[in-house]
Ligand binder design. Structure first.
Ligand SMILES: O=P(O)(O)OC[C@H]1O[C@H](OP(=O)(O)OP(=O)(O)O)[C@H](O)[C@@H]1O
Ligand SMILES: Nc1ncnc2[nH]cnc12
Length: 224
Protein backbone atom coordinates (compact mmCIF):
# COMPACT_ATOMS: atom_id res chain seq x y z
CA UNK A 1 0.00 0.00 0.00
CA UNK A 2 1.36 3.47 -0.86
CA UNK A 3 1.60 6.29 1.67
CA UNK A 4 -1.25 8.05 -0.16
CA UNK A 5 -3.42 4.90 0.14
CA UNK A 6 -2.80 4.57 3.87
CA UNK A 7 -3.52 8.28 4.47
CA UNK A 8 -6.78 7.93 2.49
CA UNK A 9 -7.69 4.80 4.47
CA UNK A 10 -7.00 6.55 7.78
CA UNK A 11 -9.12 9.54 6.71
CA UNK A 12 -11.97 7.21 5.73
CA UNK A 13 -11.81 5.41 9.10
CA UNK A 14 -11.81 8.73 10.95
CA UNK A 15 -14.78 9.93 8.87
CA UNK A 16 -16.70 6.75 9.75
CA UNK A 17 -15.95 7.21 13.46
CA UNK A 18 -17.10 10.83 13.31
CA UNK A 19 -20.29 9.84 11.48
CA UNK A 20 -21.03 7.24 14.14
CA UNK A 21 -20.68 9.83 16.89
CA UNK A 22 -22.71 12.37 14.92
CA UNK A 23 -25.51 9.83 14.39
CA UNK A 24 -25.72 9.43 18.15
CA UNK A 25 -26.44 13.16 18.36
CA UNK A 26 -29.64 12.80 16.36
CA UNK A 27 -31.92 11.88 19.27
CA UNK A 28 -33.01 15.41 20.05
CA UNK A 29 -36.13 17.55 19.73
CA UNK A 30 -36.64 20.55 17.45
CA UNK A 31 -35.03 22.94 19.95
CA UNK A 32 -31.88 20.85 19.93
CA UNK A 33 -32.45 19.28 23.36
CA UNK A 34 -32.02 15.56 23.77
CA UNK A 35 -35.29 13.68 24.13
CA UNK A 36 -35.86 11.92 27.43
CA UNK A 37 -36.48 8.66 25.60
CA UNK A 38 -33.08 8.76 23.92
CA UNK A 39 -30.02 6.98 25.19
CA UNK A 40 -28.68 9.72 27.47
CA UNK A 41 -27.51 7.65 30.39
CA UNK A 42 -24.94 8.13 33.10
CA UNK A 43 -22.96 5.24 31.65
CA UNK A 44 -22.83 6.99 28.26
CA UNK A 45 -21.51 10.11 30.00
CA UNK A 46 -18.94 8.06 31.89
CA UNK A 47 -17.70 6.59 28.59
CA UNK A 48 -17.30 9.92 26.86
CA UNK A 49 -15.53 11.37 29.89
CA UNK A 50 -12.84 8.70 29.51
CA UNK A 51 -12.35 9.64 25.83
CA UNK A 52 -12.12 13.32 26.72
CA UNK A 53 -9.67 12.79 29.59
CA UNK A 54 -7.34 10.89 27.23
CA UNK A 55 -7.16 13.98 24.97
CA UNK A 56 -5.94 16.35 27.70
CA UNK A 57 -2.25 17.05 28.34
CA UNK A 58 -0.25 19.05 30.86
CA UNK A 59 2.61 21.53 30.66
CA UNK A 60 4.58 22.47 33.76
CA UNK A 61 5.42 26.12 34.45
CA UNK A 62 3.14 27.62 31.76
CA UNK A 63 2.36 30.50 31.31
CA UNK A 64 4.36 31.38 34.43
CA UNK A 65 6.50 29.32 36.83
CA UNK A 66 4.50 27.22 39.29
CA UNK A 67 1.42 26.72 37.07
CA UNK A 68 0.59 23.19 35.95
CA UNK A 69 -1.20 24.08 32.71
CA UNK A 70 -3.89 21.74 31.36
CA UNK A 71 -4.00 21.94 27.55
CA UNK A 72 -7.41 21.21 26.00
CA UNK A 73 -6.36 21.88 22.39
CA UNK A 74 -5.93 18.17 21.42
CA UNK A 75 -9.68 17.77 21.98
CA UNK A 76 -10.29 19.92 18.91
CA UNK A 77 -7.49 18.45 16.83
CA UNK A 78 -9.25 15.08 16.68
CA UNK A 79 -12.77 15.25 15.15
CA UNK A 80 -13.91 12.19 17.10
CA UNK A 81 -12.84 13.70 20.43
CA UNK A 82 -14.40 17.02 19.37
CA UNK A 83 -17.77 15.41 18.56
CA UNK A 84 -17.56 13.39 21.79
CA UNK A 85 -16.97 16.54 23.80
CA UNK A 86 -19.98 18.29 22.30
CA UNK A 87 -22.14 15.24 22.92
CA UNK A 88 -20.99 15.08 26.55
CA UNK A 89 -21.65 18.78 27.13
CA UNK A 90 -25.11 18.44 25.63
CA UNK A 91 -25.86 15.51 27.96
CA UNK A 92 -24.49 17.44 30.90
CA UNK A 93 -26.85 20.37 30.21
CA UNK A 94 -29.78 17.94 29.97
CA UNK A 95 -28.80 16.53 33.37
CA UNK A 96 -28.45 20.02 34.87
CA UNK A 97 -31.79 21.26 33.55
CA UNK A 98 -34.07 18.30 32.75
CA UNK A 99 -37.10 20.54 32.14
CA UNK A 100 -35.51 23.77 31.01
CA UNK A 101 -33.00 25.18 28.58
CA UNK A 102 -30.96 28.38 28.26
CA UNK A 103 -31.93 31.17 25.86
CA UNK A 104 -28.30 32.24 25.66
CA UNK A 105 -24.98 30.46 26.12
CA UNK A 106 -22.27 32.88 27.25
CA UNK A 107 -18.71 31.79 26.44
CA UNK A 108 -15.56 33.23 28.03
CA UNK A 109 -12.62 34.59 26.03
CA UNK A 110 -10.93 32.68 24.54
CA UNK A 111 -11.28 28.98 25.17
CA UNK A 112 -14.99 29.24 25.91
CA UNK A 113 -15.34 30.24 22.24
CA UNK A 114 -14.01 26.88 21.08
CA UNK A 115 -17.17 25.00 22.00
CA UNK A 116 -19.70 27.58 23.26
CA UNK A 117 -21.22 28.47 19.87
CA UNK A 118 -21.52 24.81 18.80
CA UNK A 119 -23.15 23.90 22.11
CA UNK A 120 -25.54 26.85 21.80
CA UNK A 121 -26.56 25.62 18.36
CA UNK A 122 -27.16 22.11 19.68
CA UNK A 123 -29.32 23.52 22.48
CA UNK A 124 -31.27 25.84 20.16
CA UNK A 125 -29.89 28.84 22.09
CA UNK A 126 -28.06 32.03 21.10
CA UNK A 127 -24.40 32.70 21.86
CA UNK A 128 -22.89 35.80 23.46
CA UNK A 129 -19.19 36.46 24.05
CA UNK A 130 -17.49 37.72 27.20
CA UNK A 131 -14.26 39.23 25.89
CA UNK A 132 -11.06 40.58 27.34
CA UNK A 133 -11.09 44.38 27.58
CA UNK A 134 -10.75 46.41 24.37
CA UNK A 135 -11.95 43.76 21.90
CA UNK A 136 -15.69 44.53 21.67
CA UNK A 137 -17.08 47.60 19.85
CA UNK A 138 -19.99 49.74 21.06
CA UNK A 139 -21.33 50.26 24.57
CA UNK A 140 -19.92 47.67 26.96
CA UNK A 141 -19.89 46.87 30.66
CA UNK A 142 -16.64 45.88 32.36
CA UNK A 143 -15.57 43.73 35.32
CA UNK A 144 -12.08 43.43 36.79
CA UNK A 145 -11.08 40.03 38.19
CA UNK A 146 -8.20 37.92 39.47
CA UNK A 147 -7.49 34.48 37.96
CA UNK A 148 -4.95 31.73 38.71
CA UNK A 149 -2.09 33.50 36.93
CA UNK A 150 -2.91 37.20 37.00
CA UNK A 151 -5.39 40.05 36.89
CA UNK A 152 -7.63 40.87 33.91
CA UNK A 153 -10.75 42.67 32.70
CA UNK A 154 -13.82 41.14 31.03
CA UNK A 155 -16.37 43.02 28.93
CA UNK A 156 -19.81 42.32 27.46
CA UNK A 157 -21.74 44.36 24.92
CA UNK A 158 -24.74 45.99 26.56
CA UNK A 159 -27.11 44.41 24.05
CA UNK A 160 -25.53 40.95 24.41
CA UNK A 161 -28.36 39.77 26.65
CA UNK A 162 -31.99 40.87 26.88
CA UNK A 163 -33.45 41.37 30.35
CA UNK A 164 -34.91 38.13 31.71
CA UNK A 165 -33.14 35.84 29.24
CA UNK A 166 -31.97 32.56 30.78
CA UNK A 167 -28.19 32.35 30.56
CA UNK A 168 -25.76 29.44 30.86
CA UNK A 169 -22.09 30.48 31.25
CA UNK A 170 -19.55 28.05 29.75
CA UNK A 171 -15.77 27.86 29.88
CA UNK A 172 -13.09 25.23 29.48
CA UNK A 173 -11.58 25.36 32.97
CA UNK A 174 -12.43 26.66 36.40
CA UNK A 175 -9.35 27.32 38.54
CA UNK A 176 -9.80 30.04 41.19
CA UNK A 177 -13.26 30.86 39.84
CA UNK A 178 -12.32 34.53 39.36
CA UNK A 179 -13.10 34.57 35.62
CA UNK A 180 -16.44 32.79 36.00
CA UNK A 181 -17.51 35.00 38.90
CA UNK A 182 -16.78 38.14 36.86
CA UNK A 183 -18.71 36.74 33.88
CA UNK A 184 -21.70 35.87 36.10
CA UNK A 185 -21.66 39.39 37.53
CA UNK A 186 -21.73 40.89 34.02
CA UNK A 187 -24.66 38.67 33.04
CA UNK A 188 -26.61 39.75 36.12
CA UNK A 189 -25.75 43.44 35.53
CA UNK A 190 -27.37 43.16 32.09
CA UNK A 191 -30.53 41.71 33.66
CA UNK A 192 -29.87 38.13 32.56
CA UNK A 193 -31.29 35.25 34.57
CA UNK A 194 -28.09 33.34 35.43
CA UNK A 195 -29.09 29.65 35.24
CA UNK A 196 -25.68 28.17 36.01
CA UNK A 197 -22.13 27.41 34.92
CA UNK A 198 -20.72 24.57 32.86
CA UNK A 199 -17.01 23.71 32.60
CA UNK A 200 -15.07 20.91 30.94
CA UNK A 201 -12.76 20.52 33.95
CA UNK A 202 -11.56 22.05 37.19
CA UNK A 203 -8.11 22.61 38.64
CA UNK A 204 -8.36 20.75 41.94
CA UNK A 205 -7.46 22.38 45.22
CA UNK A 206 -8.33 25.94 44.25
CA UNK A 207 -11.97 25.69 45.37
CA UNK A 208 -13.14 27.78 42.40
CA UNK A 209 -16.66 26.44 42.49
CA UNK A 210 -17.10 27.66 46.08
CA UNK A 211 -17.15 31.21 44.65
CA UNK A 212 -20.13 30.38 42.45
CA UNK A 213 -22.93 30.02 44.95
CA UNK A 214 -26.68 30.04 44.45
CA UNK A 215 -26.67 28.53 40.95
CA UNK A 216 -25.94 25.04 39.61
CA UNK A 217 -22.30 24.42 38.67
CA UNK A 218 -21.50 21.43 36.49
CA UNK A 219 -18.00 20.16 35.70
CA UNK A 220 -17.67 17.45 33.08
CA UNK A 221 -14.39 16.01 34.37
CA UNK A 222 -14.45 16.47 38.13
CA UNK A 223 -10.81 15.61 38.85
CA UNK A 224 -7.89 16.24 36.49
O1 LIG B 1 -10.79 30.22 37.42
P1 LIG B 1 -9.73 31.19 37.01
O2 LIG B 1 -8.59 31.25 37.98
O3 LIG B 1 -10.30 32.55 36.75
O4 LIG B 1 -9.06 30.67 35.66
C1 LIG B 1 -9.81 30.12 34.60
C2 LIG B 1 -9.68 30.93 33.35
O5 LIG B 1 -8.31 30.99 32.93
C3 LIG B 1 -8.22 30.59 31.58
O6 LIG B 1 -8.39 31.66 30.69
P2 LIG B 1 -7.26 32.72 30.32
O7 LIG B 1 -7.56 33.99 31.05
O8 LIG B 1 -5.90 32.13 30.50
O9 LIG B 1 -7.56 33.05 28.83
P3 LIG B 1 -7.46 32.21 27.46
O10 LIG B 1 -8.70 31.36 27.41
O11 LIG B 1 -7.48 33.30 26.46
O12 LIG B 1 -6.21 31.39 27.47
C4 LIG B 1 -9.37 29.62 31.41
O13 LIG B 1 -9.71 29.45 30.04
C5 LIG B 1 -10.46 30.27 32.23
O14 LIG B 1 -11.16 31.25 31.50
N1 LIG C 1 -3.83 25.45 35.35
C1 LIG C 1 -4.50 25.89 34.28
N2 LIG C 1 -4.41 25.25 33.10
C2 LIG C 1 -5.09 25.70 32.02
N3 LIG C 1 -5.86 26.79 32.04
C3 LIG C 1 -5.98 27.47 33.20
N4 LIG C 1 -6.68 28.58 33.52
C4 LIG C 1 -6.45 28.83 34.82
N5 LIG C 1 -5.63 27.93 35.35
C5 LIG C 1 -5.32 27.06 34.35
Amino acid sequence: MTTDDSVAQEQQQQQQATTTTATNLDSQDASGRKSTTATSTSSELAGVKVTITKSLRRFADFPIPGIDFVDIMPLFHDPVAHATLLRALQLQVSEMFPNDKPDIVVGLDARGFLFGPALALQLGAGFTAVRKKGKLPGPCITAEYIKEYGKDFFQMQEDGIEKGQKVLVVDDIIATGGSATAAGDLVKQLGGDLMGFLFILEIPGLKGRDKLDNVPVSILIEES
